[in-house]
Design a protein around this ligand. Structure first.
Ligand SMILES: [Zn+2]
Length: 88
C-alpha cells in the first residue's frame, strides 16, 4: 500500500502499490512528479507520503510540503515588511 495524503484537506487514502505502479508506468508522465490522484473529499491533489517510482525517483510528501511552506513563508515575510512600513 502507498499512503496518499491530500495537499488541500490532508485526507489520507491507502492505494494498492500495484495500482500506483501502473500509473507510474504510463509513458507521457513527468518523472519529477509522482503518480497523483484527486482527493475524493475535496477534489484536491493527493501526494504519496513516501513512494519510490519505477524510474528510481523517490517521492516524499515532506519534500513537497517543505517547498510549499518555504514559498509561503517568503510571501508572509514580504507581506510583513509591507505592514511594518505602514505602521503609524
Ligand atoms: Zn482533500
Amino acid at each position: 500500500m502507498v499512503n496518499y495524503i491530500c495537499l488541500n484537506c490532508e485526507a489520507t487514502e491507502d492505494i494498492l502499490f500495484n495500482l500506483v505502479r501502473n500509473f507510474d508506468r504510463m509513458d507521457d508522465r513527468d518523472p519529477n512528479v509522482p503518480p497523483q490522484l484527486a482527493c475524493e473529499a475535496c477534489g484536491g491533489e493527493m501526494y504519496p507520503e513516501s513512494y519510490k517510482g519505477v524510474h528510481g525517483y523517490e517521492y516524499r510528501i515532506e519534500n513537497r510540503l517543505t517547498k510549499k511552506e518555504a514559498a509561503q513563508s517568503t510571501q508572509n515575510r514580504a507581506k510583513g515588511n509591507g505592514c511594518g512600513m505602514e505602521k503609524r
